[in-house]
Write a protein that binds this ligand. Structure first.
Ligand code: FAD
Ligand code: NAP
Length: 304
């Protein structure tokens, strides 16, 4: 029986595990991939205090090293369900059942798909959701990036390290991205913008993407843009499928908590991007991880 099982080893889950382990609790950190979560898909992080600039995967490793130092147990597992049995909880993966007094959900979220013809067909053949993972395959190509948020604009800037040209297609005439990121994009000579427009179809040959069909939402004009690749950053959807029947999610699927990271199930906490909140950042994920680690300790003391 663990004191706490933390599901997801992104910055939120790793911090919760660190705080709980440091309080001498028996902690299991369950993860379905490499520790680090979305940080592994981020080129440069320059808004995490203490580091002027650090590569996402390097920050992931540093956080994981800190967690290991305090004795957290790690296991691979894709969590499929959690059960509240009153006295304790069960966390069920594809091939194992673990028991714990408390559970911390830190599963984060996924990239939303565009849902247009060609997107699935050319996935991995020119359609990508991760500039850090795939950018280097697109040297000297003309690339399309879809979206106007922090992810789209920041990753478009990163892609200019490889590409000949990066064209951002955004459905409005103003970016959602932070001002500092916008300023950098507008100053980048390799970048241009197609405003008020959406990608309707992704085209290609037998091998790879060759272009996209774009519609201007104001004029209705439809044009074809040549492209060697398309990177899609149109927002996020919560990774809460395993918890959807437990009554802790809102209609959009995000987990609702109070300011102490408590869900509506006693002893079940949620932290990081998976929560219904405004600011999805490494700093906020880490802060919530600290709060949950402390709250788990209090819950166990009060219910012992
Ligand atoms: P995540 O980092 O998403 O981690 C969740 C973990 O849970 C993952 O490792 C996942 O594999 C695991 N998991 C999910 N489901 C299961 C399951 N069923 N079973 C087991 N494990 C599971 N923020 C910044 O502060 N600065 C930046 O520069 C920055 N750049 C970004 C760039 C991009 C392209 C993106 C997409 C995001 C960026 N962010 C940035 C946001 C930041 O990465 C997130 O806010 C942060 O990673 C959230 O942490 P988390 O721990 O809540 O979730
Ligand atoms: P986001 O902020 O939700 O932005 C999504 C963008 O995609 C928006 O510009 C949106 O347009 C557009 N969009 C949504 N659906 C679309 C569709 N069907 N077709 C075309 N365009 C569509 O998502 P994000 O950029 O991935 O950011 C997610 C979170 O991570 C945010 O909280 C962000 O701050 C954080 N993040 C932070 C950093 C950083 O701090 N450096 C970097 C990356 C991400 P509208 O603008 O018209 O809605």
């Amino acid at each position: 029986m663990y004191d706490v099982i933390v599901i997801g080893a992104g910055p939120a889950g790793m911090t919760a595990a660190l705080y709980a382990s440091r309080s001498n609790l028996k902690v299991l950190l369950l993860e379905r991939g490499a520790p680090g979560g979305q940080m592994n898909n981020t080129a440069e992080v320059e808004n995490y205090p203490g580091f002027e600039s650090i590569m996402g995967p390097e920050l992931s490793q540093k956080m994981f090293d800190s967690v290991e130092k305090f004795g957290t147990e790690n296991a691979y597992g894709i969590v499929q369900d959690i059960k509240d049995l009153g006295t304790h909880k069960e966390v069920i993966t594809e091939d194992q059942t673990f028991e714990a007094k408390t559970v911390v959900i830190a599963t984060g979220c996924n990239h939303r798909k565009l849902g247009v013809p060609g997107e699935e067909e050319y996935a991995g053949r020119g359609v990508s959701y991760c500039a850090v993972c795939d950018g280097a395959f697109f040297r000297n190509k003309r690339l399309i990036v879809v979206g106007g948020g922090d992810s789209a604009v920041e990753e478009a800037i990163y892609l200019t390290n490889f590409a000949a040209e990066v064209v951002v297609v955004h459905r409005r005439d103003q970016l959602r991205a932070q001002k500092i990121i916008q300023d950098r994009a507008f100053a980048n000579e390799k970048m241009s913008f197609i405003w008020d427009s959406v990608v309707e179809e992704i085209h290609g040959n037998d091998m790879a993407v060759t272009g996209v069909q774009i519609k201007n939402l104001k004029t209705g004009e439809v044009t074809e843009e040549a492209a060697g690749g398309i990177f899609i950053y149109v927002g996020l959807e919560p990774l809460t499928e395993p918890f959807i029947n437990s009554g802790i999610t809102n209609p959009a699927g995000w987990v609702e908590t109070d300011t102490e990271m408590k869900t509506s199930i006693p002893g079940v906490f949620a932290i990081g991007d998976v929560r219904n909140k405004d600011l999805r950042q490494i700093t906020t994920a880490v802060g919530e991880g600290g709060i949950a680690g402390q709250q788990v300790y209090k819950y166990i003391e009060e219910n012992a």
